[in-house]
Structures are given as C-alpha cells and as structure tokens.
Design a protein around this ligand. Structure first.
Ligand code: PLP
Length: 386
C-alpha cells in the first residue's frame, strides 16, 4: 500500500487531509512525493516559524539529543530552566509550566484560575468567560472553553463552568458578571480558527480594566498568535495590556510538541507540588529547540514581519474576487467570492500551500520568508481568487 492507502486504512479519520504527501522541506518550501515543490504559507499551522530545515534549531535539538533525550520532572534539566527564564524575561511573567500542546497549556491556565478564585474568593467562583467563535483546544475542558457549538455537539456533556460572550461587546461581559461568579476571562486577541479576527483595541483595554477591578484573571490564549506571529513577541503586546496568564504552544517549539503556561504575579504561587504535572512537559530536546527559537524573536524580526504583512494587505486588498483581508502581522484571513476550498486547491496547483479558517483562506507564513518568495506566493493567490 502507498502512504495514502495506509493512512486511510489505519489512521483514525479525524482529519480532512489535502491530497498531498510531504517528503521534505527547505526554507519556505516543501516537496511532495511526486517531487513538486510548494511555497508553504501554512507552516504546519503556525508552527515552523523559521521554515524547514532551520540550521540553528536543528543544531540546538541535535546537540541536546546527543546528551540525553528525556529525564522526568523528578530531576532538574538546563534547557527547561533556561527556556522558562527566556520566556519570563521577554514577557515580565513570573513562572512557567511546561506541557506538550496548546490544549494542555490552556488546561493548566483553567486549573490555575479555578484554584486562584477558590482560594481567594471561596467556592463557586469557578466560571470562566470565553468568547463566541473562539478556539481553545480539543480536550473536554478546552472544548468547553471553545465558544463554538459545532465542536461540542457530539461530545456532551463537556466540562461545566464556562460562559460565552459576544466578541467586542463589553455590555455582554457586564451582564454575565452581574449574574455569575467568575474566576477568569479567556481570550485570543486574534481569533485564529474563528476566521482570523483581531479583537477591537478598545474592547480589549476595557476587558483588562474590568478584570483588574473585580480581581478576575485575564488569560490570553497565545497558542496561535504568539511567538512573533503578529509582529510582537505575543499578540496581546499590540494592545498594551498585561494578562495574568499567557498560554502558548504551536510556534514555540519550532516543530516539536510543546505547551507553556506563563503565570503572572497574581498566580505565580498558585500551584504547589502535586497540583499539576506532565511526564513529557519540559522535555530537554524540545526545550533546547525552543530556546533557539525564542532567543531569535527580537525587534528586528518583528519589524520585518510588520513590513511584510503590509505587503500582503496591500497586494490582496481590493483584488478581483477578494472580498476582505483581515488579521494582524503574519496571521491573515482572506475572504474570497469563490468557495475558499476551491481557491486553496487552485493555489496548490500553482505551487502555494495555504489553509482554511471558517470560510476564509488563512495565511501563516514563516516569519523569515524573503520578500521575493512572499510576492511570488501572493501572485498565485491573486490568480487563484480571480
Ligand atoms: C491550535 C490552538 C489550540 C490547541 O492547540 P493544540 O496544540 O492543538 O492542542 C488552542 N488555542 C488556539 C488559539 C489554537 O490556535
């Protein structure tokens, strides 16, 4: 059997895969089993932020691999401690819990918020407000946090204790706070799976103020929009707010699985030994790779992302067949007159990989893509949307 047949026979069919088998990658490009190359503007869903076969990341990973591949959290190891230091220094957060995915990073944030609220305000303050159209993961608690009924439907009951507010409607938050006791508000400043929609700046500032006033924790889910993608270290930094908890994953590991929950001053001591844990969390190989990624996320890179983002907006906005362009930095949603799936397939024929978010085409280019490659890819998208 070939790979398609093996996969269809033996892998649980939870994904609607594109008819394309990736065999190798170099820089911004991947090669399929037929030898065709593509410019990849999907980056494994915002994961490979420095593209494929990145020498610095590979050197960091292999160097640690040659020392030891895993210990357990019963012991200390340097890459984990170093990565936590880097993340705290870049954000002003105080402590980091490491896990293996975005959903786990959010689980850790949810548990931290519940414990903080119970300790500080007493029982029954466990509710967490999330936004409609959000996406926070696939475990039962993060599925409950995800404000989209379609994801809940076949898996009820999901974890109780979540309330849903309309994005950009502060009255809706006030109404929920008047009725329920709330531990935290959890947001993505740029909703990714929900259609690449940045929240309004004024709304986010008001949310942060309400959270501060009522001692409600503000959790920013930076799983997709974090790690330089929006042209800042974390997406919330575009808004000038200071969340109490930041969760991140995807791009942080440069391609290896990692989740991180960053705890600010209010919650840095909320967890005690035995409260939470993970066998693989803080894995030394993964953390060594992540250190090489995070240490390169600097102002010069962010400014280049912002400049190249402008090229994307300027090139696509108003072109025939393109209804709207939304997003921030290198997280962009393109609404087309034609069905998004059709445009995505046409892009693939033209040698460009893009992915979907709701009814939109989603672009998540590698942060270090060069301008010529980016422009070549945009030409293909413009032609496909026409
Ligand atoms: C992808 C994503 C998650 C889930 O991450 P996994 O690593 O797939 O568990 C959570 N939140 C947001 C905003 C995401 O984009």
């Amino acid at each position: 059997m070939n790979t398609f047949e093996l996969d269809k026979t033996y892998v649980a069919p939870t994904y609607a895969r594109f008819p394309l088998e990736i065999v190798s990658g170099e820089g911004c490009r991947v090669k399929d089993a037929d030898g065709k190359t593509y410019i990849d503007l999907g980056t494994g869903i915002a994961v490979n932020i420095f593209g494929y076969n990145d020498e610095e990341w590979k050197a960091a990973v292999t160097s640690q691999l040659n020392k030891f591949q895993h210990t357990s959290n019963l012991f200390y190891s340097e890459p984990c401690a170093r990565l936590a230091q880097l993340l705290c220094e870049k954000t002003g957060m105080k402590k980091v819990f490491f896990s293996n995915s975005g959903a786990e990073a959010n689980e850790c944030a949810i548990k931290a918020a519940r414990k903080y609220a119970e300790t500080k305000k007493g029982k029954d303050n466990y509710n967490i407000i999330t936004l409609k159209n959000s996406f926070h993961g696939r475990t039962l608690a993060t599925l409950a946090a995800t404000g989209q009924d379609v994801f809940h439907a076949d898996f009820l009951p999901v974890t109780p204790g979540f309330l849903y507010a309309d994005a950009n409607d502060i009255w809706n938050i006030d109404a929920l706070l008047a009725k329920y006791r709330v531990a935290a508000i959890m947001i993505e400043v740029v909703q990714g799976e929900g259609g690449v929609m940045p929240l309004d700046k004024e709304y986010v500032l008001e949310l942060a103020e309400i959270a501060r006033r009522y001692d409600i924790l503000l959790i920013c889910d930076e799983v997709q929009c974090g790690n330089g993608r929006t042209g800042e270290m974390y997406g919330y930094m575009n808004y000038g707010i200071k969340p109490d908890i930041v969760t991140t994953a995807k791009g942080l590991g440069g391609g290896l699985p990692i989740g991180a929950t960053l705890l600010g001053p209010k919650v840095e001591d909320v967890y005690k030994p035995g409260d939470h844990g993970s066998t693989f969390g803080g894995n030394p190989v993964v953390c060594a790779g992540a250190c090489s990624i995070v240490s390169r996320l600097d102002r010069a890179l962010f400014d280049s992302v912002k400049a190249k983002s402008k090229i994307i907006f300027d090139t696509l906005t108003g072109k025939p067949g393109i209804k709207s362009v939304s997003g921030l930095g290198f997280m962009i949603g393109v609404e087309t007159e034609k069905d998004a799936g059709e445009v995505i397939a046409k892009c693939r024929e033209g040698g460009v990989i893009v992915i979907k978010a709701k009814n939109k085409i989603r672009l998540l280019p590698p942060l270090n893509i060069d301008e010529d490659t980016l422009k070549a890819a945009l030409d293909v998208i413009v032609a496909a949307a026409k």
